[in-house]
Design a binder for this molecule. Structure first.
Ligand code: LAC
Ligand code: ZN
Length: 466
């Protein structure tokens, strides 16, 4: 990758020290190494300095200075991204938002919360739940990812099938532009038809347009009852038929996850915990939630019947928080478990959910043709399939070549099925070469023009998306 920026000079570091203080400016090799990675594959790019500003004012000063000196700045929240969005590929300043970690307000009357971007998603879940409120987006990394990063990627998670993704909850934000100017948009508003929707433009912009410093999100009443079902199938076709039947029966589960055998077994080995029926070809993990116990029980029963009728060889129900957590912890650990097996590449494909069967079948054919091992799992109810291709003992040359062959074929198939190349992980760095499969030249030019309007010098998170 070409870096057109000059290395930082000692006086640059002095100025950063002045803005954020010496204890929050790091140039030691350990920090540079830690902040040079996120959770994307085996990628690593060293920044020249890590800064941890305390607030929006300091971020504004950093950006004003960086734009004057033309220094690249890569913002970072929890560092759990899977497309390399937080990797400082051009060196320069890595700007960590970890100190902006306050929940500023939880407002039950308006059912809104105002939070800083460095709040850990699960911490936020727990705080609103204490007040009987609910913030649904629940990425698998919720124990360590930050709300700011969830916004940057419009993160989803298992509950998206019923409740939607991050973009569906953000009503307003404050942000610092690359120039250092501070902007706001929206607020505690359930409606807003005032001009272009800058909030929605910044959500999913992967830290390339502005640095989000505060967000206002809407909340729902916490669903008091929840039942979880696990259904093993001996054939993919039966599991996918069950998914279709559930929607044809006009049901909306609060989770409908798909895991193939290798995914379950990887997670079992990783956590050292057994999963019921882990020798089944495919599992569906489902949840029904709601405010009324009888309704939740009735719908769960109906769901169980559909699963048995479509060929599940068992339906296990978890009715206590503890049993549910056991099933979910194994599901959430799959990504990490696969990372532990081998160097890998992950494709975050998404198709209309009735196209899931042709997608999985096609992926397996492509992988067989190229003799590569893939492990698939994901959010069946959203048509969002995480496809992990493993390097294992594959020769380096072949590994390099699969970007041009197998991965490209997988994305072409996805788009031909009416889908796109990322559902919830973003384009970032790792999927950048494939963007033209999803969008034509006119569409990409428009996106580039938006980038230019926000960041004419191209200093904010350079090297991403395009
Ligand atoms: C998951 C992450 C990888 O669904 O999106 O586990
Ligand atoms: Zn996912």
């Amino acid at each position: 990758m070409k870096n057109s920026f000059h290395p930082l000079r000692p006086e640059h570091l002095d100025r950063l020290n002045e803005i954020v203080g010496a204890s929050f400016t790091h140039t030691d090799s350990q920090n540079l190494s830690i902040y040079g990675r996120d959770e994307t594959e085996d990628l690593h790019f060293q920044p020249e300095v890590v800064v941890k500003p305390a607030d929006e004012k300091e971020i504004s000063q950093i950006m004003r200075f960086a734009s004057k000196e033309r220094i690249p700045v890569t913002p970072r929240a929890g560092g759990t991204g899977l497309s390399g969005g937080a990797l400082p590929v051009m060196g320069g300043i890595l700007l960590s938002l970890e100190r902006l970690n306050r929940i500023l307000e939880i407002d039950p009357v308006n059912a809104m919360a105002v939070v800083e971007p460095g709040v850990i998603t699960q911490v936020f879940h727990e705080e609103v739940e204490k007040l009987g409120l609910f913030y649904p987006p629940d990425p698998a990394s919720r124990g360590s990812c930050h709300l700011g990063g969830n916004l940057a990627e419009s993160a989803g998670g298992p509950r998206a099938v019923k409740y939607g993704v991050t973009k569906d909850y953000v009503c307003g934000l404050r942000a610092v532009l690359p120039s250092g100017e501070i902007i706001h948009h929206g607020g505690k508003l359930h409606k807003d038809a005032t001009g272009y929707n800058l909030t929605q433009l910044l959500i999913g912009s992967e830290g390339t347009l502005a640095i989000i410093t505060e967000l206002t999100v809407k909340l729902l009443p916490f669903p008091r009852y929840r039942l979880t079902l696990l259904a093993p199938f001996d054939q993919l076709e039966k599991a996918v038929k069950a998914v279709n039947q559930i929607f044809l029966a006009k049901m909306t589960p609060s989770a409908l996850e798909f895991m193939e055998q290798d995914a379950i077994q990887a997670s079992e080995n990783h956590l050292g915990k057994p999963y019921p029926h882990s020798d089944a070809a495919v599992h569906l993990l489902l949840e029904i939630d709601g405010q009324n116990k009888e309704t939740v029980e009735r719908e769960t029963h109906q769901l169980g019947k559909i699963l048995m009728d479509t060929g599940a060889h068992d339906v296990l129900m978890a009715d206590s928080g503890e049993k549910q957590e056991t099933l979910w912890s194994l599901r959430r650990a799959i990504g990490e478990a696969i990372r532990n097996i081998s160097i890998y590449k992950e494709e975050d494909t998404v198709v209309p959910r009735n196209q899931l069967a042709p997608l999985i079948k096609g992926v397996k054919e492509i992988c067989q043709k190229h003799q590569i091992r893939s492990i698939c799992y994901g959010h069946a109810g959203d048509g969002n399939l995480h496809i992990n291709i493993l390097k294992e003992d594959m020769a380096d040359e072949k590994w390099q070549a699969i970007q041009k062959t197998a991965i490209r074929e997988i994305f072409e198939l996805t788009v031909s099925l009416g889908g796109t190349i990322s559902g919830e992980h973003g384009i970032g760095l790792s999927q950048k070469p494939f963007l033209p499969i999803a969008y034509n030249e006119a569409e990409i030019s428009l996106m580039r023009a938006i980038k230019k309007a926000f960041d004419p010098q191209g200093i904010l998170n350079p090297g991403k998306i395009f």
